[in-house]
Design a protein. Structure first.
Length: 201
């Protein structure tokens, strides 16, 4: 089953708690979807990244990612990330107060038949730190109808410079197959590029 036109309307909630910030992505879905059939197939997404200059920067080469079938039932736990290589759903894990997301923005795109349903996600993030410069990477997850988080994209390693806005990072992703139509939330996690330590979400 193709994911063409599975995402519709976006709601971005940006809630700051102390130094931490959270991002919530919601999309309303097409009624003609068959979630049971789609949930069994591998998920395929194609991403391009802009490492500098925000959305005015130059898009990198396309990278195709293949993930296990979408997990749709159970608690909102995170499966092992392809970048971390370990289960990131550790209950004792806490954010590092020296890192936070200053800003995040999502634009939906690719509504092939102009019915208000999309299958593309353009995600811009701006992470900050109290340090002068730190090498990090981010992992992005989708949750269908409040189910478990499923990784859909990860950044390359990049450097954040204190509270600068010049280090905005963009991931442009097309969900090609294996993503059932439905209401989706989006989560971003930030990790240290040297030791893989969790920093912020």
């Amino acid at each position: 089953m193709s994911t063409r036109n599975v995402l519709r309307k976006i709601s971005l909630l940006y809630a700051a708690s102390g130094l931490a910030a959270a991002l919530l992505f919601s999309a309303t879905a097409s009624a003609e979807a068959e979630p049971t059939a789609a949930a069994a197939e591998k998920r395929i997404s194609v991403s391009r990244q802009i490492k500098r200059g925000g959305r005015d920067g130059r898009l990198g080469v396309s990278v195709r990612h293949e993930f296990d079938a979408m997990q749709t039932a159970g608690a909102r736990e995170r499966p092992a990330s392809s970048k971390t290589g370990s289960d990131s759903a550790v209950a004792a894990r806490a954010a590092d107060a020296d890192f936070w997301f200053y800003d995040a923005d999502v634009i939906l795109f690719s509504d092939i038949d102009n019915d208000g349903y999309y299958h593309g996600i353009d995600l811009l993030l701006d992470a900050d730190t109290y340090f002068d410069a730190v090498d990090v990477y981010a992992v992005a997850y989708l949750s269908l109808e409040g189910g478990p988080w499923n990784e859909y994209a990860a950044t390359d390693d990049f450097t954040i410079f204190s509270a600068s806005s010049d280090d905005e990072y963009v991931i442009v992703t097309e969900l090609e197959s294996g993503y059932p139509a439905g209401s989706y939330d989006l989560l971003i996690e930030l990790y240290d590029a040297i030791d893989g330590a969790f920093l912020a979400e």
